[in-house]
Write a protein of this length. Sequence first.
Length: 144
Amino acid sequence: MDALPRIIGIDYGAQRIGLAMSDPFRLYAQSLGAYSSDEAIRQLASLNTDPGFDTIVVGWPLTLSGEEGAATDVVQSFIRLLSRRFPGKKVVMQDERYSSVRARNLLVRSGVRKKARQRKERVDAAAAAVILQDYIDETQERTL
């Protein structure tokens, strides 16, 4: 059986962009790291080899009340960049409310030491995995 294209998860931030990738069966998310914007684009380009990826899931920063705000405008600009840089790839938005809090909690439960958990890049990478896992789980629920 040929490997399926992967799914990429992104937690966009002004300082860093957290990246995650699905496993070959598209069941689980794994964090890849956090990068500057240029480094993140280079990392995505390097991941876009056989079988590559076909979907990019970008955290959509809704307000706590579920509305779009100034942050969604910034992320929309990044989504346009992704669409130009990776034509033919599906780009979807995934509600990212509480993803950083959930990422910190996962790091605690995983036994990551407090000093390591305080590194923002580690939280950003874990948040990308949370965003991607939410998308994977929701997609699987719709197909059942």
